[in-house]
Design a protein around this ligand. Structure first.
Ligand SMILES: [Ca+2]
Ligand SMILES: [Ca+2]
Length: 212
């Protein structure tokens, strides 16, 4: 019986472990492993907007500013719904990156796509300033990010369009780029690790006690 309980405990731990999840991508969005570098003209494609998981089940150690926190369509800065995600919030983070081939590409390249996440989107960061500000906190460990300078990451206002759906689970993007990079970071809610800790306690309660 003890052996079976142990197996049950291990199984509970496995399902209890929070994991970031992209439910689906359509159009030109393609999920990839986190690249070594998404710096300017390093990770290029004319056919795909690359999407990768950065951090999973991270508890924010400090507040993070997001440019978009409300559903709707964003084409220009008045559409921003900027807010701070409070320290202590549990999050998953994802990065969308589009860098057309060439510097600059021979002509503008336009791509569109749709992505759905398992957890609700808490915020989206699309400006160079706030992307740079959270690279160290939310970026994938080991990935080199652009730091601005003459070519900035982030989206171009009045050129790129983004819609956060009313249920907060999906994002539609239409990006156009020639010189430089279009990049955005998506921050979703995460299942906190304490859920795993609770399961450990429950599992421990079932273990036989040592005789006194
Ligand atoms: Ca390029
Ligand atoms: Ca653009």
């Amino acid at each position: 019986v003890t052996k079976h309980l142990l197996i049950l405990a291990v199984w509970l731990l496995c399902i209890g472990r929070a994991s970031a999840s992209i439910v689906s991508t359509t159009g030109d969005v393609a999920q990839v492993p986190a690249p070594p570098s998404v710096d300017n003209d390093v990770y290029e494609s004319d056919t795909h907007i690359s999407l990768f998981v950065e951090r999973q089940s991270l508890r924010l150690s400090s507040a993070v500013t997001v440019d978009i926190s409300q559903p709707g369509t964003v084409t220009d800065s008045p559409d921003f719904s900027r807010t701070d995600l409070a320290a202590g919030t549990w999050v998953d983070s994802y990065y969308l990156h589009f860098d057309p081939v060439g510097s600059p590409a021979p002509s503008f390249v336009s791509l569109t796509g749709f992505v759905t996440f398992d957890q609700p989107i808490l915020g989206i960061i699309i400006t160079n300033t706030y992307l740079n500000a959270c690279d160290a906190i939310l970026g994938a460990p080991g990935t080199i990010y652009p730091t601005g300078g003459p070519v900035s990451p982030g989206l171009d206002l009045n050129q790129d369009v983004l819609t956060l759906t009313a249920d907060r689970h999906s994002l539609w993007i239409s990006l156009s780029a020639r010189r430089g990079i279009d990049a955005l970071r998506v921050v979703t809610a995460a299942v906190p690790e304490p859920a795993t800790a609770s399961l450990l306690i429950i599992a421990a309660a079932f273990l036989p006690r040592r005789p006194r």
